[in-house]
Design a protein. Structure first.
Length: 262
């Protein structure tokens, strides 16, 4: 069975969903401790939050949980944020810095390579293929990488995270007009806070595929989970909050879908 779900559309926009999956293979599950099995760092409900906002978009989603392997990390294992606390390609801790494996059950290098080949590589092969397909239709493609995270995680960042966290790796992963358009929508969203290239500047996916000179544009959106759900178990979706947020997300996706290079 494929671990990657692909929905093909015909507009220029492709949504990446690397962290909504909750599947953990039995062999990996047996290695995890209670903290790991809780899967607290899932991007809960993000696939549902974006569903149906705009017709014609493509989506690429992995069903596999990020504790198995993080599809938004450099496959070489290099850190995206040198000098800062973060989690690795095959995480050993959760976002609070707590171990997720039973003692002595952490994956070794051989196991990491196996997981990379089995789960990470097919996900990115699907994204690469979908971007190429869309670019062949329009002459360009836009990858919008969908994420969410708890708004307060002292192990990863100080204080409270803004609601909208836009990442373009300091403006290098997309055309300036795209970055500005998304930024303006977020700034105009009454009652919400936002930041451009703050703590989250875009993960490996955004940085790897964002090559605007080649007609490939990429933006990461990291949402504070408090904008649409309860940030504690059982991680409940809050419909009235989500509906209010979806109006702004719809505006973002419509703007990206309708954008054309000048």
């Amino acid at each position: 069975m494929s671990h990657v779900e692909i929905t093909q559309g015909n507009n220029p926009l492709v949504l990446g969903l690397p962290h909504t999956g909750t599947d953990i293979p039995v062999d990996c599950l047996a290695r995890l401790n209670e903290t790991g099995r809780a899967m607290a760092d899932t991007d809960w409900h993000i696939d549902g939050l974006y569903a149906g906002l705009v017709t014609g978009v493509s989506t690429v989603r992995t069903r596999v949980h990020r504790y198995v392997i993080d599809a938004n990390r450099d496959p070489s294992g290099l850190s995206l944020y040198p000098g800062q606390n973060t989690t690795t390609l095959c995480p050993l801790t959760d976002f609070d810095g707590l171990p997720i494996y039973l003692e002595g059950q952490e994956p070794d290098e051989r196991e990491i390579v196996r997981r990379r080949d089995t789960y990470h590589a097919p996900y990115h092969a699907a994204i690469k293929a979908e971007l190429a397909r869309v670019k062949a239709i329009h002459g360009f493609a836009i990858l919008y990488d969908c994420h969410s995270i708890r708004g307060q995680i002292p192990f990863l960042f100080d204080g409270v995270l803004p609601d909208f966290n836009i990442g373009t790796n300091e403006g290098t992963t997309c055309a300036p007009a795209l970055e500005s358009a998304v930024r303006e929508i977020c700034l105009g969203a009454e009652g919400y806070t936002s930041i451009l290239n703050g703590r989250f500047k875009g993960g490996w996916t955004t940085r790897h595929y964002g090559r605007p000179d080649e007609g490939l544009h990429a933006i990461q959106m990291e949402l504070a989970q408090s904008t649409y759900m309860i940030e504690s178990p059982p991680w409940d979706y809050v419909p009235h909050k989500a509906d209010a947020l979806r109006k702004h997300l719809k505006s973002i996706l419509e703007t990206l879908s309708n954008w054309r290079p000048s």
